[in-house]
Design a protein around this ligand. Structure first.
Ligand code: FAD
Length: 387
């Protein structure tokens, strides 16, 4: 498209949702500006798991190969008890249907690297959305979105009563039971996940109720608490915790937006990612859904004659899906936080007895999602995937 006729759009926020939306709009002929309040892109956040739905979006955005090269394809997902005994395990499907573990920084670099250099404006906090230029303004400014509030949406983030710590452990500590397996260990109200990142090391996350974790303290004190709390858990959890460098430990007190309560558009404004539907991280789908938002929004703007019509279509398509997954994530969170021994035993027995088939069916709604085919967007051949 002739650059002189490109329609202007502003994206507020340069996280995964904002970068992906900018890329999707750029590829469908929009003149995009991203305004990010930080002075550099956030390359923290330890690791991330991208499920097949997210990888399909990255393919559509033209960065799927780069992301796959930077990440580690996972062969299986296991749930264990603190003594290491398996509760359930699932071999992931081969080929493009495998989930991918990646450093967040590598995903951010892949998305940002595909943008035209002039797109990103750093150190640009948005406080007044009315004055933002463009036929379209996208709020991609996260859980505590300024755009959402400015639109008069009276829905506030809700604390979910637990906290999550994240870190990347350097390579060579372990070994993990399986170098390509995501392992989550569920205890009474607490959880630890280990995710292999190939030559990058191991992504470790742990969660505990806020009542047990207490208010945030220094990283050293937090780490000392984690090491004590999980000292008798199966290998290599204690060794991984011992190997964490305190300055790399992140703590995140979990909050979400009550599912189904936030309208995803109004006038020329729309919301993507956590700004519209922040959810508990139990499905590992928050970033994946932000990527989906980006490609669906760009597609709607391509096929609908007006921005207003496109944003309404976008909202209609996205609202049921994101609300359903947010509710599912809340349910998993509740199960994982059970503390009464008899309920924990019942939960573990139920998971042990659930056949693989049923587990696969339960996750299919999230993972089998496919982006709409946009004629103007380059599509990457997602080899091995049956239509
Ligand atoms: C512990 C944990 C584990 C997770 N694991 C996974 C996983 O494995 N897989 C997965 O898919 N998802 C996962 N998620 C979810 C995922 O991290 C988020 O859903 C995703 O990062 C949201 O991206 P976003 O761009 O919408 O928001 P954010 O990442 O919050 O980005 C918002 C951006 O907007 C900027 N901003 C805010 N306000 C303004 C303003 N006024 N002006 C300008 N800029 C502004 C911020 O600086 C930030 O850069 C996890 C989340 C957590 C907490």
């Amino acid at each position: 498209m002739d650059p002189l006729t490109r329609r202007p759009a502003t994206v507020v926020g340069g996280g995964i949702g904002g970068l992906a939306t900018a890329l999707a709009l750029q590829r469908t002929g929009w003149e995009v500006t991203v305004r990010e309040r930080r002075t550099s892109l956030d390359r923290g956040g330890a690791g991330l798991v991208l499920w097949p739905n997210a990888l399909r979006c990255l393919d559509l955005l033209g960065v799927g190969d780069a992301v796959r090269q930077a990440g580690t394809a996972l062969d299986g997902v296991a749930i264990r008890r603190p003594d290491g005994r398996p509760v359930s395990s699932l071999v992931t499907e081969p080929g493009a249907r495998r989930p991918l573990a990646i450093l967040r920084a590598d995903l951010v670099d892949a998305l940002a690297g595909a943008l035209e250099p002039s797109v990103l404006t750093l150190d640009a906090t948005v406080s007044d959305i009315e004055s933002l230029p463009g036929d379209l303004v996208v709020g991609a400014d996260g859980l505590r979105s300024t755009v959402r509030r400015a639109l008069g949406v009276a829905v506030e983030p809700a604390s979910r009563g637990y906290t999550v710590w994240r870190a990347v452990v350097p390579p060579g500590v372990g070994p993990l039971a399986d170098p390509r397996e995501l392992c989550e260990t569920w205890g009474a109200g607490v959880r630890v996940g280990t995710v292999p990142l190939g030559g990058r090391g191991t992504y470790l996350y742990a969660s505990a109720p806020l009542s047990a974790a207490g208010p945030a303290r220094t990283a050293e004190t937090e780490l000392a608490w984690l090491r004590r709390r999980f000292a008798d858990w199966h290998a290599p959890v204690p060794a991984l915790l011992r190997a964490i460098e305190p300055s790399t430990l992140l703590r995140h007190d979990v909050a979400d937006l009550p599912p189904g309560r936030v309208p995803l558009h109004r006038g020329r404004y729309s919301l993507v990612g956590d700004a519209g539907h922040a959810m508990e991280p139990n499905l590992g789908q928050g970033a994946g859904l932000a990527l989906e938002d980006a490609v669906v929004l760009a597609h709607a703007l391509t096929v609908e004659p007006s921005v207003a019509g496109a944003l309404s279509t976008y909202d209609d398509h996205r609202a049921p899906r994101v609300a359903s997954l947010a509710r599912q994530s809340r349910r998993i969170g509740q199960l994982s936080r059970l503390t009464q021994p008899h309920l924990v035993a019942l939960r573990d027995a139920a998971m042990r007895m659930t056949p693989d088939r049923a587990t696969r069916r339960a996750s299919a709604a999230a993972h089998d999602w496919r982006p709409p085919a946009t004629p103007h967007v380059h599509t990457h051949p997602t080899a091995q995937e049956p239509a």
